[in-house]
Design a protein around this ligand. Structure first.
Ligand SMILES: [Zn+2]
Ligand SMILES: [Zn+2]
Length: 353
């Protein structure tokens, strides 16, 4: 277990250099915070169930997060949205086993009745496959929400009556499309939920677009979470254009600028952001993804506006290569990492925010 390993490092340090315990406080804080992942806070605003946490290969555990609000009785509400749809059904099975959903939950009924919308960050299969395979049994009247570019991929590459039947508004009409405008500065309601959403563009191998969703509670707008789909670092995401000029959209720095007021006002509860590879991965092989060093560099931009101590950083999309998870957890426990509160989600294990 990675946390145990980090714990051991902390303990070894305390034993070895007990005279400078003060220097170890950041490490201890990171460890304690990581262990509190599944502990209910005093008055949580959101309840998250990771249905899938890895960035590819393992079809039983691909990017997907159930999100709902927490009601006045401190219980999760029954209306969930899904942030990316890599793994759905198997993730719900694991969530029931982990007591994150009631033991008598029927997964068919849950998918039909309690999932109200699918928010898809981009068109890649590891963010869509579970959702698409479960469409034939789904109930109509739901929305697929995303950028115009993402919705076009779903329509043209999946719901095209060749790869899969057309379950969209031009075919069987199980789903409607809710296209969000990344240039709009206001959030819009997600039907049948108490959430509002705003979308931002991300670069995932420039100029291919991915996106981030800012989800806020409609009747408690001071509580928000930010979910990022796959993204590369601003300094890597650029292309040389035909006229030899460099195009570098720097969508992350724009996003951090937009998030700064929420962090300052203590309204942003969490950021879901990817780290696909350990630091050893060279920049030219990132393919639109982050490493721990690049994540810290990006988060430091946001930290330059305000302290990040109250924002949980939920690390998503770790590629399931041997030892990668342990390495990434270790690489996010050194240096600047002490300024951030990292959570490494596990499939089916609920997180209160
Ligand atoms: Zn992915
Ligand atoms: Zn991707």
């Amino acid at each position: 277990m990675a946390l145990t390993k980090r714990n051991k490092i902390a303990v070894a340090n305390i034993v070895g250099i007990s005279m400078i315990i003060l220097a170890l406080i950041p490490i201890i804080i990171v460890t304690v915070n990581a262990r509190q992942t599944h502990v209910k806070q005093s008055s949580p605003s959101f309840y998250v169930i990771p249905l899938g946490t890895t960035g590819g290969l393992d079809e039983n555990n691909l990017s997907s997060y159930l999100l709902t609000s927490v009601n006045n009785n401190n219980n999760p509400s029954s209306a969930y949205i899904v942030l990316d749809g890599g793994t759905i059904r198997h993730g719900i099975e694991i969530a029931i086993q982990q007591n994150s959903l009631p033991a008598d939950t029927d997964k068919e009924t849950f998918i039909r009745e309690q999932i109200k919308a699918y928010l898809i960050s981009h068109g890649h299969l590891d963010h869509n496959s579970g959702f698409i395979l479960n469409t034939p049994n789904d109930k109509s009247g739901k929305f697929i929400i995303g950028l115009n570019e993402t919705i076009n991929i779903i329509r043209q590459s999946y719901f095209n009556n060749q790869a899969w039947a057309d379950f969209g508004s031009t075919g069987l009409k199980t789903y409607d499309y809710q296209i969000l405008d990344p240039l709009s500065t206001t959030s819009v309601p997600i039907a049948n939920t108490d959430f509002n959403v705003r979308i931002f563009r991300l670069c995932h191998t420039c100029p291919y677009l991915s996106s981030a969703f800012l989800i806020s509670r409609r009747y408690q707008p001071s509580a928000s979470v930010l979910y990022l789909g796959d993204t590369g670092p601003d300094d890597v995401e650029k292309i040389i254009q035909p006229d030899n000029t460099t195009y570098s959209p720097r969508y992350l720095s724009q996003l951090w600028k937009e998030m700064a007021p929420l962090v300052i006002a203590d309204q942003l509860k969490a950021i879901f952001i990817e780290v696909s590879f350990p630091n050893e991965r060279p920049d030219h092989l990132l393919f639109g993804h982050l490493t721990p060093n690049w994540l810290l560099k990006e988060l430091n931009v946001l930290r330059s506006y305000y302290s990040m101590k109250n924002v949980k950083i939920i690390v998503t999309h770790i590629k399931p290569e041997k030892g990668a998870r342990e390495k990434i957890i270790e690489q996010l426990s050194n240096g600047d990492a002490s300024y951030f509160n990292f959570i490494f989600p596990q499939q089916g294990q609920a997180i209160w925010l």
